[in-house]
Design a protein around this ligand. Sequence first.
Ligand SMILES: *Cc1c(COP(=O)(O)O)cnc(C)c1O
Length: 226
Amino acid sequence: MTVIEKYNQLTNQIEEASQRANRNQDDITVIAVTKYVSIETTQEAIDAGVTNLGENRLEGFQEKHAAIGNDAIWHFIGTLQSRKVKEVIDDVDYIHSLDRKSLAKEINKRANRKIPCFVQVNTSGEESKHGLDPEKLESFIDLLRNYENIEVVGLMTMAPLTEDRDLIRRCFRSLREYRDQIRDKQLSHAPCTYLSMGMSQDYEIAIEEGATHIRVGSSLVGNELK
Ligand SMILES: *Cc1c(COP(=O)(O)O)cnc(C)c1O
């Protein structure tokens, strides 16, 4: 299947999942994750109508950004080392992996504008997963008040790699509950209206549970370089 065909298929699935959840399809942003594909395939996605791109590594981000530039909205979705912040900060539109003070401090220092950030939460309790322990979320959001170049636009999580659909759903549902709690405080530095959750294997569950941003790689652009 070509990227256009896969994008059409994805769009149909999103529409169906939205209907099941009584949601408006337009409230869901598709981020095409291009980490396993070439610049050419990335360009095909843009030509197919994809507007948001995500990369999880600095090198991939820089390579794709240099080629595609302002034709896309850029999401950094992977673990970001503090010392590498300065190399992406001018080119990112969103950062999805804010999960610690040292990173917040560096983003704040290097940015010359407000950066929309998702705070990444570890909803599965898996040791290997990055993201903030939910118990520390409230105080972390509070601390971010001090960083004028950070705006908390939402929360992000990665579900565990499992066949257990109920477990995945519980992770997404808990992220939504955390989001609601923060959003309802109406903090000026943390409007926190968005939910970045759902990948190729689980985006339909994520949409049913309220995702506003789904990050889809393999099933949209493929994984030719994997
Ligand atoms: C790779 C990646 C994705 C997309 O994964 P697929 O399963 O290929 O859709 C989404 N989010 C993050 C953080 C990733 O690293």
